[in-house]
Design a protein around this ligand. Structure first.
Ligand SMILES: Cc1cc2nc3c(=O)[nH]c(=O)nc-3n(C[C@H](O)[C@H](O)[C@H](O)COP(=O)(O)OP(=O)(O)OC[C@H]3O[C@@H](n4cnc5c(N)ncnc54)[C@H](O)[C@@H]3O)c2cc1C
Length: 470
């Protein structure tokens, strides 16, 4: 039987008739809605534009919304547009990195494959190219990204600038592919950056949150095309946590999605595959998320019952066993909108932290999105959360229209206490002094930033709080 909304209802119906109506009524009346949530764009003052991020948590009405189509147009815009100027990708960050009441710059027009060398496994692309478009273009010349995140609609500039990652103990986050880039600085100057021309700026600019200027081109180190074998299976969470170290060392990519209230996880592995491929049927992830919400909405008031209904419906064993090109398997789509907090914990503290977090998730009956657990190899970019050693990422989600204040109040202190660094694009509460304590190169980055942008053109109120600017 399929794990679906309909079957959750059928599975629970028999039990429901036998339980006290009052208890059910109290739970249904429970209000998950986030005060002030509005899924619509803000109404801008006359002559201004409206902008909103993917989850609806960030909004702005900038005086100017620029969509320059080439590097010269980016430089002209940056030299003259009203500050603060904030670059935007596809707005998939949850934090306030993009909102500006001055100018928002969208460089989706500066995209496409500009040059490649298949033998050397390198290519240059417009920084506004979306990851999925980049992967398709690269496939045409026999190249591909070594790893991809959960979704692939982000721009390269947006993804690299926040240290977007996939999963894999030997696979660094995506910004590590960057060997050079072209940057339009606050004065409208076009700078070429590489390991030979400017090694410091290269390490600062790989993860730069749109603070050093607008990046218009990336020069990347890539992989020859490869296929993967994907396996997804359900397993007891206790059992797979005991096997975690072995699994992350055995599989090229390994991740866990713990299903709240069930004791069960979906485990996902990807390994290199030779020979013919099976292809992959359409993803059923959305149906599963809806079923999990329904479980929470109907049975959340009685955790025991929620668990019994879930276990009676959850499929056991292998859910997927397919092979295809890496770009088709590593990312899927996310239709149900949510807000998210993700912390990257030093690997040696990862399992201890997860074991502390999971009972908290079980006590928090409103959580229904799976808790995502991934691993990433270290790299040396100045603001990379993975600088200094591999990390385990633990991610918690709340539906876009629901409260997530408890993530800050209850979960973030535990994630921080265990040495976690927040994902730059996902909800966190840290400001300059706390970030400086977590990043050995934070002060160095700030120095370079102030040199390139002495007037603070790229500094919005949110960014000022991150950098510690007055
Ligand atoms: C459904 C969903 C799934 C996700 N899955 C993952 C995942 O698996 N792994 C992961 O690590 N993250 C994930 N994320 C987070 C996401 O990858 C990051 O927030 C990423 O930054 C979004 O890219 P974007 O193109 O939307 O950029 P935006 O969110 O629009 O911008 C991000 C940052 O990049 C800067 N920027 C954009 N363009 C430029 C430019 N041209 N020059 C300089 N700076 C620029 C912006 O100023 C901002 O600071 C997910 C987010 C969502 C909503």
């Amino acid at each position: 039987m399929k794990f679906s909304r309909r079957n959750i209802l059928l599975g629970g119906a028999a039990t429901l008739v036998a339980v006290p109506v009052v208890a059910q009524g109290m739970w249904s009346a429970k209000d998950f809605e986030r005060p002030g949530f509005d899924a619509n764009l803000p109404t801008p003052p006359t002559g201004e534009k409206a902008w909103m991020n993917w989850s609806g948590a960030q909004k702005a009405t900038p005086k100017q919304f620029g969509v320059p189509q080439n590097v010269k147009a980016v430089a002209d815009l940056v030299a003259t547009a009203p500050a603060p100027i904030r670059p935007v990708g596809t707005g998939h960050s949850f934090t306030g990195l993009v909102p500006s009441e001055g100018t928002i710059v969208d460089i989706s027009g500066v995209s496409g494959l500009l040059a490649h060398d298949t033998a050397a496994q390198t290519a240059s692309l417009g920084a506004g190219t979306r990851l999925n478009q980049a992967a398709r273009l690269l496939e045409g010349v026999g190249l591909g990204f070594a790893n991809m995140p959960d979704i692939d609609v982000q721009t390269m500039a947006g993804a690299f600038s926040t240290a977007t990652h996939g999963t894999g103990l030997k696979l660094p986050a995506m910004h590590d592919y960057v060997q050079g880039f072209q940057l339009v600085t606050a004065g409208g100057e076009i700078k070429e950056v590489s390991a030979t021309s400017n090694p410091h700026l290269l390490q600062a600019g790989k993860v730069s949150l749109g603070a050093l200027g607008v990046i218009t081109r990336y020069d990347l180190k890539l992989e020859k095309l490869f296929n993967l074998h994907r396996r997804v299976w359900t397993v007891q969470m206790d059992e797979i946590m005991d096997q975690f170290e072995e699994r992350i060392n055995t599989h090229r990519n390994f991740e866990l999605l713990y299903i709240p209230g069930t004791g069960v996880a979906a485990a996902l592995s990807h390994d290199l595959h030779e020979g013919d491929v099976t292809g992959r049927a359409a993803s059923e992830d959305e149906d599963i998320v809806e079923a999990l919400q329904q479980l929470r909405d109907i049975f959340g008031w009685w955790p025991w019952l929620r668990k019994q209904v879930a276990l009676s419906q959850l499929p056991e064993g292998v859910l997927e066993d397919v092979s295809d090109s890496a770009r088709k398997l590593l990312s899927t789509s996310r239709v149900t909108k949510f807000n998210e907090m993700e912390y990257h914990i030093p690997l040696e503290n990862g399992m201890k932290t997860l074991r502390e977090i999971l009972p908290m998730v079980e006590r928090k009956n409103e959580i229904f999105f799976p808790v995502e657990v991934r691993v990433t190899e270290q790299d040396d970019a100045w603001l990379s959360p993975f600088q200094g050693g591999p990390r385990m990422s633990i991610a918690l989600h709340a539906k876009a229209n629901e409260r997530y204040d408890y993530l800050f109040e209850e979960f973030e202190p535990v994630l921080r206490r265990n040495g976690g660094r927040p994902h730059w694009g996902k909800h966190h509460s840290l400001s300059a002094a706390e970030l400086a304590a977590l990043y050995p190169d934070f002060a160095r980055f700030n120095e370079v930033r102030r040199e390139l942008d002495p007037e603070g053109k790229f500094v919005s109120p949110y960014m000022a709080n991150l950098w510690g600017d007055a």
